[in-house]
Design a protein around this ligand. Structure first.
Ligand SMILES: Cc1cc2nc3c(=O)[nH]c(=O)nc-3n(C[C@H](O)[C@H](O)[C@H](O)COP(=O)(O)OP(=O)(O)OC[C@H]3O[C@@H](n4cnc5c(N)ncnc54)[C@H](O)[C@@H]3O)c2cc1C
Length: 260
């Protein structure tokens, strides 16, 4: 990082622990993005992976994408699990968890989370020898399908989180209001949750959900889901390359009885 000639133009990360959000037991922060500029940087030989071996450039890019797609779906799984839990708890705190349209949203969240997990697992359980190198990687076709499924369904499922939580997601009083001595009794009275949920618990839940789907970080997440690890078009290209299209056509020819 401090090698002469390197300049990093850093964009600040998103932090949860600002004055508006309720504190939570574990710190939450995003990563820092940077534009990295190389200006006459000395790169030691042991850090050079390829030198004039342009024939291997395609493999290198393809291998990177293969690993990257697989990491995409695996790191998303814990995020989806906790977001599904948040959506369910928010509906409970609002007392709407038994409404049929909310239960439908729960099913949508479950289907999405568990299908993503199943695809990631399937990719891992069916590894392949990358370009005959002896290096085994998660299945290329399934990894790309997993990333495409995850990313293209995210925005739809985001709606389910937002619907389950209600408008309080963006109208809730802030943590600063909660700490205000004169306001606190009013908030305790008027913001109380359904069942066992106190006003504080309901607001804490909504505060974390706000951060996840209704804040600047929420917007970042929507973009990250599409573009990080390659956009949909990149996965679709790999699907077209990796799919057993000849086998599909052979099956059809056998059924129809043609020999083209
Ligand atoms: C939060 C985040 C984290 C990231 N992390 C990493 C990382 O760790 N490592 C890393 O290497 N990269 C990372 N990326 C970069 C990511 O791989 C790219 O953003 C992504 O591949 C899209 O490329 P681009 O942003 O240059 O968009 P562009 O190439 O400008 O593409 C814009 C749009 O045009 C379309 N498009 C572009 N070219 C074609 C084409 N040839 N055919 C069809 N459609 C096309 C795409 O579908 C896309 O929607 C990250 C991006 C984000 C947002």
């Amino acid at each position: 990082v401090n090698t002469p000639g390197i300049t990093q133009v850093c964009r600040p990360s998103f932090r949860y622990d600002d004055r508006h959000h309720f504190p939570t037991p574990r710190p939450k922060r995003g990563h820092v993005e940077a534009l990295v500029i190389f200006d006459k940087v000395h790169v030691p030989k042991e850090r050079v992976f390829m030198l004039r071996e342009w024939q291997l450039a395609q493999y290198l890019a393809y291998a990177f994408a293969a690993f990257h797609r697989f990491t995409a779906v695996t790191y998303k799984i814990p995020i989806l699990e906790y977001m599904t839990g948040l959506g369910m708890l928010a509906a409970e705190a609002n007392g709407v968890e038994k409404a049929s349209n909310i239960r439908e949203r729960f099913i949508q969240m479950i289907q999405y989370t568990e299908t993503t997990k199943a695809l990631a697992k399937a990719a891992m359980l069916d590894p392949e020898d990358f370009a005959g190198s002896g290096l085994y990687i998660a299945n290329l076709l399934t990894s790309n399908m997993a990333k495409l499924y995850f990313a293209s369904s995210f925005h739809e499922v985001s709606e389910a989180f937002r619907t389950s939580a209600g408008g309080i997601l963006v109208t809730q009083p802030t943590y600063q209001d909660w700490k205000h001595d004169a306001l606190r009794p009013h908030l305790e009275r008027y913001m109380g949750g359904a069942g066992e949920y106190t006003a504080e618990e309901r607001l804490k839940l909504m505060s974390v959900l706000h951060h996840a789907v209704a804040s600047d970080f929420g917007g970042w997440h929507e973009v990250c889901t599409i573009h990080a690890e390659g956009s949909f078009a990149a996965q679709k290209m790999m699907l077209a390359i990796e799919a057993p299209t000849e086998m599909y056509k052979r099956r059809a020819k056998e059924i129809v009885g043609i020999n083209v």
